[in-house]
Ligand binder design. Structure first.
Ligand SMILES: [Ca+2]
Ligand SMILES: [Ca+2]
Length: 501
């Protein structure tokens, strides 16, 4: 190349770099909302929630102020929860059609709401064509058939192996006593299928990413799981570089931290959820502020990526029962408040924003969204207890002190101060029941003050020049900031401050 051509090349390269910077893509961190389509909203009168029902509720999602939704599986499946897929490139007829899905995604995008779908790759349904072809081949003594290699078949019995009826073969299965055979994710032919499936959803349907189910069961050990996840991540990002992927690694903080080596954007912060988790643990501790800050800094120090904290999901008991908050709305609100003061992508399970309850068997955790007593889907099969401690959505909309309105205030503040999501934390002030945390990314700095005491006002002496930027008052009262830096916080109060230490 001549000298002149070189300089043109360099200028073009610099220009391209500037243009790429000017685009300033939205951060991957966001406020996410998990939806079980079955129990959300019905549009055609059969009582079962569907995609068009969900489309009718986009005003509500916008009202909530969420940045994105995660849909539990929507592809055809013999089960109500649809975690055993029979066709990865279609929509279950209970929920609608592919065109309904395309319309939902495009309507969400028009409102600035991202959509990710559950991608269940560890296993299929026994009724998936791949599995039925594999079984037919084995019954005809043809183990070299292409589809036999899609699964993990063995000639001997062992735990997590199920006998294939009428043969001496066993297949690997981990979750449901036989109906969810594990795919062989090391097989290049299976990977080719997965690439097509991801291409279909990301390109043809237009979704913004995936929630990956059961990643700790992908391979034989964590190293194999991470290798498989790296391949999934590289492949998805090659198809759509802006996509966001969050994995379900239901394990310890140290293991979750290791999974980030795969390059996947996020893994759910399971240690923050449930009865023994960071949030319930801090709220039940004698020194709640110290406990909360310890966990917050621990999670941030271990994880090299976007943290994905949550209070509960479709597999866990709902937070309301865990905190015993069915007649303590302030406690429910405060739990939402403090999980949302973690950085990263906080995921909220549908109905938790209005204080729905659910525990015991799985269907109980997935009951009908409570719009009002008159407006609910039918419950999924197997529900033994469906009780609503708080009023439905429409009633809570009318009450400025409702859990729903508190949840909206959280999201409004996080929209105004995205550094809450994108920044990193540092302890500024710490007492047994109150704390001030600095959250910063570059020059963008915010201070988060929290009073964990359910009954007493907290007085926090601050040295520096601060101004009050916003408050979340789960139990009413008022935050005051004196000119000498004395900050007074009501019980269960959260205050955001801008300024300098
Ligand atoms: Ca329906
Ligand atoms: Ca597996």
């Amino acid at each position: 190349m001549s000298k002149r051509l070189w300089s043109v090349f360099i200028i073009l390269t610099l220009l391209a770099g500037t243009l790429a910077l000017a685009e300033d893509p939205a951060p991957l961190e966001g406020k996410w909302y998990e939806i079980f389509v079955y129990s959300f909203s019905d549009s055609d009168g059969d009582g079962i929630g569907d995609l068009n029902g969900l489309r009718n509720k986009l005003d509500y999602l916008e009202y909530l102020g969420v940045d994105g939704i995660w849909l539990m599986p929507v592809s055809p499946s013999p089960s109500y929860h649809k975690y055993d897929v029979t066709d990865y490139m279609d929509i279950d007829p209970q929920y609608g059609t592919l065109d309904d899905m395309r319309a939902l995604v495009s309507d969400c995008h028009a409102r600035g709401i991202r959509v990710i779908t559950d991608l269940v790759l560890n296993h299929t349904s026994t009724k998936h064509r791949w599995f039925t072809m594999a079984c037919s081949a084995l019954r005809m003594s043809n183990p070299s058939n292409r589809y036999v290699g899609y699964y993990n078949f063995y000639e001997s019995a062992a735990p997590n192996r199920v006998n294939l009826f009428g043969t001496d073969w066993y297949y690997e299965e981990q979750f449901s006593g036989g109906s969810m055979p594990d795919l062989n994710l090391l097989n290049p032919l299976v990977r080719q299928e997965i690439r097509s499936i991801m291409e279909f959803w990301l390109t043809d349907i237009g979704v913004d990413g995936f929630r990956l189910d059961a990643v700790t069961s992908y391979g034989r050990d964590i190293n194999e799981n991470i290798e498989i996840l790296s391949w999934i991540n590289d492949t998805a990002k090659e198809i759509k570089p802006s996509c966001y992927i969050v994995g379900e690694a239901w394990t310890s903080l140290d293991q979750i931290a290791r999974y980030y080596d795969s390059g996947i954007d996020s893994f759910f912060l399971f240690p923050a959820s449930q009865a023994e988790g960071y949030i319930a643990g801090a709220l039940n501790a004698a020194k709640p502020a110290r406990t909360y800050v310890k966990y917050l800094l621990l999670a941030e120090s271990k994880i090299n990526g976007i943290i994905a904290p949550f209070l509960g999901n479709h597999d866990t008991a709902r937070i309301l029962g865990i905190l015993n908050a069915s007649s303590d709305p302030a406690l429910l609100k405060f739990a939402h408040g403090i999980i949302n003061m973690f950085p990263g992508s906080v995921f909220t399970y549908y109905g938790d924003e209005i204080g729905m309850s659910g525990s015991g068997n799985d269907p109980n955790k997935r009951i009908a969204m409570n719009w009002s007593e008159e407006e609910r889907t039918i419950d999924p099969p197997g529900v033994t207890r469906a009780r609503y401690s708080y009023p439905g959505v429409y009633e809570q909309m009318q009450d400025e002190n409702s859990p729903l309105n508190y949840f909206r205030q959280i999201n409004a503040l996080k929209k105004a101060y995205p550094v809450i999501m994108t920044g990193r934390s540092q302890e500024v002030f710490l007492a047994d029941k109150s704390c001030v945390i600095q959250r910063a990314l570059g020059d963008d700095t915010l201070y988060i003050a929290i009073n964990f005491d359910p009954a007493k006002t907290a007085e926090i002496p601050l040295e520096g020049n601060y101004t009050l930027a916003g408050t979340l008052l789960a139990n009413g009262g008022e935050v005051t900031l004196e000119s000498d830096g004395r900050l007074t916080m009501p019980p269960y109060g959260i205050a955001l401050l801008s300024g300098q230490k």
